[in-house]
Design a protein around this ligand. Structure first.
Ligand SMILES: Cc1cc2nc3c(=O)[nH]c(=O)nc-3n(C[C@H](O)[C@H](O)[C@H](O)COP(=O)(O)OP(=O)(O)OC[C@H]3O[C@@H](n4cnc5c(N)ncnc54)[C@H](O)[C@@H]3O)c2cc1C
Length: 493
């Protein structure tokens, strides 16, 4: 192939943007087109400013527990603009427990003094590293894993907290192997989660020594103007490749001879390209909702998996059906801004999680103006309360008035707030976070096997190997390197 390979990326959320950017950074010379159905990039990531309040629609920040997003910021030259969460937000996270707000232990001393667990459970947790226990199934739920490694009381509280805080899912349905691969691996590799955690700390300490820096605790990061800054920077770098507001209807694989015929008529190709022979590899025909068609040598779908399934219906029904099995939860983000003076008990910290087993109306609240600076006008605070999740999907149907009243009443009771919010905004995500249910790892493997039928065709995005921003950026880099290797292999053959 003499001309540059023409590749399509569908979706300009973080997964699509990061993949496109990494591909541009690598040696592979690819002619990239990014198709985004919305009129903006970022997908779940978006920051809005209203009446002096600056709030996130989706993620509030990303952790530095993995280097991938920070590394992406370095490549973009914007790492200098990153801001860490406050010291208070790093140290203090809370739990809504028996109608009070209790601090989650962050040291051995606070753990031993915490009212959250009985002495029996504290002992169970402290001795976890000496416990030998074997999983009875190949794919345990987060809850089963926690009970087996500790006990029911700990699982009821901590498995719920972990799952509510990250996936807003059901600890009895989520696969520990897929949703918390680190915990799973720590037990496999070191015989215990605590041992794995200690090993991980030692490795991080060793790495810090190697780099002649101090071992810093894990922190959350954002930008002074919010996460939209990252999206804007990526969009700017990729501006010439992105097309917004475009809907793809169908993707088909076509034979090279059909491409040669189409190519000679296509307005998409330059005159010199029209004379090029058709690509040797199978090529994809993409049909848009306005009737246009375009041809690509390779395709990566980074849109949500249920959309990937729709797009694949005519190309591979079996693959489409596998993708349809991945379910998403619904989340409502209720943003409230209060006068600081009206808050009776203000906390310095990240916020609190409300375990879903308690059956309450909220999943938790992030104290955004205590986490990052410049989130609220002077004299005010900004909170973000998440509602819905797998346990309460019906909440997304509630009216704005009912949602706001419910959230305000809950916050007013727990934090002694005396006045109504002076600012409010509600963001609904009907399909928010993919749920890595039992069987997820096996399904991923089946999807990968089915994809082998379609050369130069990949699926990415947060539906497969991690829902955090770090997972999206890490997977984007891995996939970019794989595409580069594939292309080099195809050129050399
Ligand atoms: C409420 C909430 C809070 C979160 N909090 C955190 C957090 O604090 N930290 C963290 O690390 N992660 C968090 N996450 C997770 C993280 O935000 C997401 O996993 C990540 O942003 C997903 O990126 P993505 O590109 O894979 O998918 P998306 O962001 O969903 O992007 C997919 C893109 O595809 C586009 N698209 C859809 N259909 C089509 C089509 N037919 N054609 C073309 N384009 C299409 C969409 O418009 C979108 O732009 C949170 C998520 C939510 C919902």
């Amino acid at each position: 192939m003499n001309r540059q390979p023409r590749w399509l990326i569908v979706g300009a959320g973080l997964s699509g943007l990061a993949l496109a950017f990494e591909l541009k950074c690598l040696q592979a010379k690819i002619d990239l087109t990014i198709i985004e159905s919305a009129n903006r990039a970022g997908g779940k990531i978006w920051t809005e400013e209203q009446e002096g309040f600056r709030f996130e629609w989706g993620p509030n920040g990303f952790l530095d527990s993995k280097p991938s997003t920070i590394d992406l910021c370095k490549k973009l030259g914007i790492d200098g603009a990153l801001i860490p969460a406050s010291e208070g937000a790093r140290k203090y996270r809370y739990v809504h427990w028996r109608d009070t707000i209790q601090v989650l232990p962050n040291s051995l001393f606070s753990f031993l003094n915490s009212p959250l667990l009985s002495w029996r459970s504290k002992w169970r947790l402290l001795t976890e590293k000496y416990r030998h226990s074997v999983a009875t199934s190949n794919d345990e739920s987060v809850y089963e894993f926690a009970v087996r490694r500790t006990n029911k009381e700990i699982a009821d509280l901590f498995a719920d907290l972990m799952v509510t805080g990250i996936h807003a899912g059901d600890p009895k349905q989520l696969s520990v192997k897929a949703a918390f691969p680190r915990l799973y691996r720590w037990e496999k590799d070191f015989g215990s989660v605590m041992r794995g955690m200690n090993m991980n700390r030692q490795l991080r300490r060793k790495e810090a020594r190697r780099q002649q820096t101090k071992l810093e605790p894990v922190r959350m990061w954002s930008f002074p103007t919010g996460l939209r800054f990252l999206v804007d920077q990526l969009t700017e770098k990729l501006a010439s490749s992105i097309q917004f507001g475009q809907i793809i209807q169908k993707i088909e694989k076509i034979s090279p001879s059909a491409v040669a015929m189409k190519d000679s008529n296509s307005a998409n190709y330059s005159d010199t390209e029209k004379k090029q022979p058709a690509p040797e590899n199978p090529t994809y025909r993409v049909e848009f909702s306005d009737g246009r068609e375009q041809f690509f040598d390779g395709v990566v779908l980074t849109c949500p998996s249920y959309i990937q399934a729709d797009l694949l219906l005519s190309l591979d029904l079996e693959l489409a059906k596998k993708l349809q099995e991945i379910v998403y939860n619904a989340i409502v983000v209720v943003v409230t801004g209060y006068d600081r003076g009206s808050i009776g008990s203000s906390f310095d910290g990240f916020g609190f999680i409300s375990p879903q087993a308690q059956g309450g109306n909220i999943l938790g609240t992030q104290w955004c103006s205590s986490i990052f600076t410049d989130r609220a006008p002077s004299g005010c605070v900004l909170y973000r309360t998440l509602c819905g999740g797998v346990a309460r999907p019906e909440i997304i149907e509630w009216s704005d008035e009912k949602l706001l009243e419910t959230v305000h009443q809950e916050l007013a009771r727990l934090m002694q707030i005396k006045e109504k919010p002076r600012f409010a905004r509600i963001i609904r995500w009907p399909k928010a976070i993919p749920q890595y249910l039992l069987g997820h790892t096996q399904r991923n493997q089946q999807i990968q096997n089915l994809l082998k039928r379609h050369p130069n065709f990949y699926l990415s995005g947060n539906a497969f190997q991690g829902v955090a921003m770090n997972d999206c950026t890490e997977n984007a880099l891995t996939l970019a390197k794989q595409i580069e290797q594939d292309l080099l292999g195809q050129t050399n053959n």
